[in-house]
Design a binder for this molecule. Structure first.
Ligand code: TEU
Length: 567
């Protein structure tokens, strides 16, 4: 990286999933008013940016990732005036606000799609992707990410339309220049209003080749035109605007692609969300087919991305978001115990075993990598998976569709529920438990749209913060402070140590100019003490930060993570 580093190289982002953050108007669903009331919680953490999952007008088929008006706020979440008021409050606290941008698809209720459906002659028809039937069937074999074919028949036009997600999310046609211009105008509108950037939903899917017949994702995730579209967007929307942030969500992106997308000279995006590390525990068929947790594989994957984007490009760092299980349940003590045969994933394993330790260890490891860390709401207090045991408790369209299909094909109900308990997106969507008060832990004054989950009422913001120094919150704040003050954490080169060790995650960070001492991170992902290998242990200097306070001996305690000077 040449020249002064962009501001976001020492920034930390906090993701708010508005439905589940705080309910200000007492209807059981989180909203903008609720976010405003709890902004100090986010600001106290020391983060630089707040990313809001979608709050635009939406029929909510996919919790707002199906947008029917890109320029207005859904009444469920509030009004545009409340949005402006929130933006002022975020800025007043010295933070930036990044909006979700969902333009691979719109809602089928968007006026654009309603017009597109009227007739093939309507100019907006070409804003979506239509094909004639082939032998009376769908034009190709593409499958929707949420089950079923990616094509839905429209009797009015006598054509199929494409939707990579639900049928209520028709894909926009990025080959149409008028559609692109409308999206650029909408983005400029939000930036002119004062927002500071975009997290772009499945943005590597926007260029696709529907003539391809197979279900291979190569035809829709990385078509070369995606680079043209992003460069055009940069020119029409981002160029000349300082201090903003763009992050592209890119399922299936490779390190080589990511280096292109985030090369500053190419003028595309600041950083991408890659999916490699969150796919390692998926089985061969679907994400609900679980593969045991394997630390050396996870370490190697993240290390590969560190190396590949060391010279050009930039990483975003995350273990969780609104689509992923809670890290404590997925990579923490409970998950490791399950892998060791103590219990099948999602069932008996005690999610509270070493909860504080697991949450702080995972945060330490993540925040000490090179890149921009993303904290998903609730992870800063160590929330655990929902622990739902009946299908009635689930709300997520992906989970419900998969369950129906799996049980329909003969999977025993208990097995399907186990898979959901481990993998469902609803694990990350339970309300933020602000305290232990009835009926909904301070989240709402009424029954929330989704259950509070098994963590409540033990795991709450109030309880965690009351634990003072030994709270997940305080530890996360220390990690964020460290990034803000240490150039080594911000920019230092990454080197993985002991790559094959089954329970030690160890690496160093060092600046080439040696202006600061190198740092070493050592973390014990096991429930027994771990004697450090000689080549690591003998080089550890002063303790910079640790999740269990001052070390008792050289050995790492169960789920202990430390950052040391190294030399
Ligand atoms: O997700 C895109 C995506 O590919 C997956 O993460 C998806 O959520 C799922 O886990 C596939 O198994 C984005 C949003 O983050 C997600 O919430 C939306 O449902 C999706 O796009 C469609 O907009």
């Amino acid at each position: 990286m040449t020249g002064p580093e962009p501001w976001w190289t020492d920034a930390v982002v906090y993701q708010v999933y508005p439905r589940s953050f705080a309910d200000g108007n007492g209807d059981g669903v989180g909203d903008l008013a609720g976010i405003r009331q709890h902004l100090d919680h986010i600001a106290d953490l020391g983060v630089d940016v707040v990313w809001l999952s979608p709050v635009y007008r939406s029929p909510q088929a996919d919790n707002g990732y199906d947008i029917s008006d890109y320029e207005d706020i859904d009444p469920l979440f509030g009004t545009i005036d409340e949005f402006d008021a929130l933006l002022v409050e975020v800025h007043r606290r010295g933070m930036k606000l990044v909006m979700d941008l969902v333009v691979n698809h719109s809602s089928d209720q968007h006026p654009w799609f309603q017009a597109a459906k009227l007739s093939r002659a309507c100019p907006k028809h070409d804003w979506y992707i239509w094909r004639a039937p082939v032998d009376g069937h769908e034009p190709n074999e593409w499958r929707s990410a949420f089950g079923g074919p990616a094509w839905t028949w429209d009797p009015g036009t006598g054509q199929y339309y494409l939707h990579m997600f639900t049928p209520q999310q028709p894909d926009l046609n990025w080959d149409n220049p008028d559609m692109r211009a409308a999206v650029h105008a909408m983005m400029n509108g939000w930036l002119d209003r004062g927002v500071d950037g975009f997290r772009m939903d499945v943005i590597n899917h926007i260029a696709k080749d529907p003539e391809a017949l197979s279900d291979g994702s190569a035809a829709y995730v990385m078509q070369p035109r995606v680079h043209d579209h992003l460069q055009e967007m940069h020119e029409r929307v981002f160029a000349g605007r300082d201090a903003m942030l763009t992050v592209g969500e890119m399922p299936g992106v490779t390190v080589q692609d990511a280096a292109l997308f985030t090369d500053p000279d190419r003028h595309e995006l600041d950083m991408v969300f890659q999916f490699e590390h969150v796919g390692l525990d998926h089985g061969p068929t679907t994400k609900f087919d679980n593969r045991p947790f394997d630390l050396p594989v996870l370490k190697a994957s993240l290390a590969r991305w560190q190396t590949a984007l060391a010279e050009t490009g930039w990483n975003s760092l995350y273990l969780a978001n609104h689509d992923q299980p809670r890290p404590v349940s997925r990579f923490g003590a409970a998950a490791v115990a399950a892998t060791a045969g103590a219990a099948p994933p999602g069932s008996g394993a005690d999610p509270f075993a070493f909860r504080y330790e697991s949450a702080t260890l995972l945060a330490t490891v993540l925040h000490l990598h090179r890149g921009t860390p993303y904290v998903y709401q609730g992870d800063e207090i160590g929330m655990v998976n929902a622990g739902f045991r009946t299908i009635d408790e689930y709300r997520d369209i992906e989970s419900l569709n998969w369950y129906r299909g799996a049980v329909g094909r003969g999977m025993p109900v208990a097995e399907a529920l186990d898979a959901l308990a481990f993998r469902s997106r609803d694990n990350a969507r339970t309300p933020i438990p602000w305290d232990d008060s009835e009926p909904a832990g301070g989240f709402s004054s009424t029954t929330p749209w989704i259950g509070m989950g098994q963590g409540w009422p033990a795991v709450t913001v109030a309880a965690d913060r009351a634990a003072g120094d030994r709270s997940v919150f305080a530890h996360t704040r220390r990690l964020i402070d460290l990034r803000h003050t240490s150039r080594t954490v911000r920019l230092g080169a990454f080197e993985l140590l002991e790559a094959d060790h089954p329970s030690l995650w160890a690496f160093t960070r060092s600046l080439p100019d040696e202006s600061e001492p190198p740092l070493a991170v050592v973390a014990n992902l096991s429930s027994s003490a771990l004697e450090l290998p000689e080549d690591v242990g003998s080089h550890l200097g002063d303790l910079v930060l640790g999740n269990l306070g001052v070390p008792e001996t050289g050995a790492l305690r169960p789920w202990e993570a430390r950052v040391h000077a190294f030399g």
